[in-house]
Design a protein around this ligand. Structure first.
Ligand code: SF4
Ligand code: F3S
Length: 104
């Protein structure tokens, strides 16, 4: 599966949702997640994210991100259409310590 990590927080560009063939992105207040049980591992969303927030779970230490994505995918509504990024997206892109800004 692929997952969204904390680089999405406070950016939420949403370019990713337009390309997903199985519509498995879910939207929280300031980030998206992927449902790991619905993702078919096609990889087309990864290069679409300007914040480089979409990663394959084959990278090291990804278990916590898979569980994080599953947890919120089951709570949040699906998103299938691109919308405007959050207002400070460019300024926040690449900033460290974003987890402190996470909003359920
Ligand atoms: Fe959707 Fe493919 Fe990205 Fe999985 S890897 S979230 S199926 S676009
Ligand atoms: Fe987030 Fe990147 Fe999609 S910033 S909303 S994962 S395009």
């Amino acid at each position: 599966t692929y997952i969204v990590n904390d680089s999405c927080i406070a950016c939420k560009y949403t370019d990713c949702v337009e390309v997903c063939p199985v519509d498995c992105f879910y939207e929280g207040e300031n980030m998206l997640v992927i449902h790991p049980d619905e993702c078919i591992d096609c990889g087309v969303c990864e290069p679409e994210c300007p914040a480089d927030a979409i990663r394959p779970d084959t990278e090291p230490d990804m278990e916590k991100w898979v569980e994080f994505n599953r947890k919120y995918a089951e709570m949040w509504p699906v998103i299938v259409t691109r919308k405007d990024p959050l207002p400070d997206a460019e300024e926040m892109d690449g900033k460290p310590g974003k987890m402190e800004l996470f909003s359920e």
